[in-house]
Ligand binder design. Structure first.
Ligand SMILES: [Zn+2]
Length: 169
């Protein structure tokens, strides 16, 4: 037998063997699987599927937004959210139409911050975002918003509970 014919013969012999083994293995695995009943009923599987879908939606979406192009702060509803309201004597007031915020637009601004930047906000970041100079005035406002927080003094950060805020809008 010429060498390359012999190699071909050997190869086909082993291929047959491999096929034999693998089909035997498949049969073996299938018979093993048949011995085990599914752990979940179809109802439980549907429930699990619902949970997975919910988790998919709960995860914070990642937007590729140029933050420098987004208007920041408390925006005036009456001016189609085009004008940033100014903090004056404890209230946000629109410099164009003089509309006063009753707290709803501030919450909306925080929701924007949560979606665009972070779900945690410090006093410094809050002042920068809504345009308040006074640390104490900002602290009063944050306290009034009753957000859950972590840490003390300058290290304190507040959690923007977007779902609860949306309920209050
Ligand atoms: Zn306005």
């Amino acid at each position: 037998m010429k060498r390359d014919v012999w190699v071909e013969f050997q190869a086909s012999f082993f291929m047959d063997k491999i096929e034999e083994i693998s089909s035997g293995l498949e049969f073996y695995v299938r018979s093993l699987l048949l011995q085990y009943k599914p752990r979940l009923t179809s109802e439980e599987l549907h429930h699990l599927l619902d949970k997975l879908i919910q988790m998919q939606f709960i995860a914070k979406p990642q937007f590729n937004i140029d933050k420098s192009k987004v208007r920041q702060g408390v925006l005036c509803q009456q001016c189609d959210f085009q004008v940033q309201m100014k903090f004056y004597h404890g209230q946000f007031i629109c410099p164009r139409c003089s509309m006063k915020d009753d707290g709803k637009l501030l919450r909306q601004a925080l929701n924007d911050y949560c979606l665009l930047i972070d779900e945690w906000i410090t006093n410094d970041k809050f002042r920068e975002f809504v345009g308040i100079a006074s640390l104490y005035a900002a602290r009063r406002l944050l306290k009034k918003l009753n957000l859950p927080f972590e840490g003390e003094n300058r290290g304190r950060k507040y959690f923007i509970d977007i779902k609860r805020d949306a309920d209050n809008l």
